[in-house]
Design a protein around this ligand. Structure first.
Ligand code: AMP
Length: 213
């Protein structure tokens, strides 16, 4: 049977979210993005959202206990029994250990590899929809009509606070310091699969699917 308990690993801007959404549809499994969940909480104005916002805007990681709590809750839902794609979690060794502590054995960790130069180029032009969360790019994936969301029609796409230059730099620092050690962690567990993230999204998708069998 194809692998169905998956995790996306890689620096910000590697294309984790894009690939996780596509794979979720193709494999018919839940796409679990901690970034999306935190942004939803923020839009809803919950205390969790308010607490998370200040870390997110600065490009820093939200404290482990907060994120682990959200994921533990989400993994109790019946729609994940058959498989899921974790996107943006775990991001620290502590989160990875907590996931194992929840009894979750990942079938594959897809490590999307892109150069730092490419990451900076991609994140620099990112545009987001404040209504539905869809993401575009000024250069690589512009909306059909300037400033209007293709998905929900919302007018006024914007550059996320954490896609501003200072926050991008901080996100890359956080990735190097806290998340990149997970490459080794999962390689040693034998679940890591490197994926060339420099290609077109459809090619990246095809390579991932071929690797999953
Ligand atoms: P993302 O959309 O995955 O890039 O996440 C956006 C922001 O949400 C990150 O820069 C962090 O501030 C926060 N975040 C998302 N996932 C995590 C996580 N697993 N651990 C800590 N912070 C997270």
């Amino acid at each position: 049977m194809a692998k169905r308990k998956l995790m996306m690993l890689g620096p910000p801007g590697a294309g984790k979210g894009t690939q996780a959404k596509r794979l979720g549809l193709i494999l018919d499994v839940a796409h679990i993005s901690t970034g999306d969940m935190l942004r939803d909480a923020r839009r809803a104005g919950t205390s969790l959202g308010v607490e998370a916002a200040r870390y997110m805007d600065a490009g820093e990681l939200v404290p482990d206990a907060v994120v682990i709590g959200i994921v533990a809750e989400r993994l109790k839902s019946s729609d994940v029994a058959d498989g899921f794609i974790l996107d943006g979690f775990p991001r620290t060794r502590e989160q990875a250990e907590a996931l194992r502590g929840m009894g979750v054995e990942l079938d594959a960790v897809l490590n999307i590899v892109v150069s730092e130069e490419e990451v900076v180029r991609r994140l620099g032009g990112r545009l987001s929809c404040g209504n539905c969360g869809a993401v575009f790019h000024r250069e690589f994936n512009p909306p059909k009509e300037r400033g209007v969301c293709d998905s929900c029609g919302q007018v006024g796409l914007f550059v996320r606070e954490d896609d501003q230059p200072d926050a991008i730099r901080q996100r890359l620092v956080s990735y190097e310091a806290k998340t990149s050690p997970l490459v080794r962690f999962y390689r040693e567990l034998g679940t890591l699969e490197d994926v060339d993230g420099s290609l077109e999204p459809s090619e990246v998708e095809a390579n991932i699917l071929a690797g999953l069998g």
